[in-house]
Design a binder for this molecule. Structure first.
Ligand SMILES: Nc1ncnc2c1ncn2[C@@H]1O[C@H](COP(=O)(O)OP(=O)(O)OP(=O)(O)O)[C@@H](O)[C@H]1O
Ligand SMILES: [Mg+2]
Length: 220
């Protein structure tokens, strides 16, 4: 059975309150494919993480401690997502993901759940990761701020690194992929498929390897 690694944006699970409607649609789609693929789903922190981090940062907490707060939020989200997926198990550490359907959050301070998903793919020898978020893919600039932002269909690791590396530190940044994730993808030749997770039909297409709307991040 093929392993499928998904980085599920916390912004889908908790955009400012739990999106039960999304969780229902997403899990129905995953559960319909569960006899065909084995899923490793890494869940992000969403608004829950950002709210806590924002206040704690104002209190002067270290970036390390802010990451610890973020990781706790991702784990709460992961435990919730796990409750929707058939026969899935919650994992805390990448060492625990080698069999069964697994849902997990972040692991250690210093990197995002996107990076955890790339490490999971490396560990399992999987050559693609589906990165589901709340925009349609990678744009030439932030589409939530710039009305004229253009969706990029294919981009090389090096070009995306060039776009983002100036802007990748601090707990809970709002950007589509972080520096470390792209570097891990690059060193192992893992394709990142960035999609809008709210379009469940399109999400399924990406999993099944069909043509999808979104961005492919890969090598030359
Ligand atoms: N060039 C860009 N292309 C696409 N999105 C961008 C870009 N620059 C910034 N963004 C922002 O990145 C956001 C997606 O990342 P964000 O980290 O907020 O969500 P997520 O990864 O889905 O959730 P979480 O980080 O909570 O797991 C989008 O909402 C968009 O506003
Ligand atoms: Mg994110």
């Amino acid at each position: 059975m093929e392993d499928v690694v998904i980085s599920l944006g916390g912004s889908l699970v908790n955009p400012g309150g739990i999106d039960e409607n999304f969780l229902q649609g997403f899990s129905e789609m995953i559960n319909s494919l569960i006899d065909k693929y084995r899923f490793v789903i890494v869940v992000g922190g969403g608004k829950l993480a950002r709210d806590y981090i924002e206040i704690a940062r104002k209190r002067g907490e270290s970036e390390y401690n802010l990451d610890l707060i973020g990781i706790m939020a991702t784990r709460i989200n992961a435990l919730l997502v796990k409750s929707y997926i058939k026969n899935a198990r919650y994992a805390q550490d990448l060492k625990e993901i080698t069999n069964g359907n697994v849902v997990m959050g972040g692991t250690v301070p210093g990197h995002t759940t996107d990076a955890v998903s790339l490490l999971a793919a490396e560990l399992l020898g999987v050559k693609r990761v589906i990165n589901a978020t709340t925009v349609d893919g990678v744009y030439d600039k932030d589409p939530k701020v710039n009305k004229d932002a253009r969706l990029i269909k294919d981009i090389r690791y090096a070009d995306l690194l060039g776009m983002f590396y100036l802007n990748s530190s601090g707990a809970g940044p709002n950007q589509v992929l972080d520096f470390l994730s792209i570097k891990i993808a690059e060193r192992s030749g893992i394709e990142i498929m960035v999609i809008n997770g709210r379009d469940i039909d399109n999400f399924k297409k990406a999993i099944e390897g069909d043509d999808f709307r979104g961005t492919r991040v890969c090598g030359p």
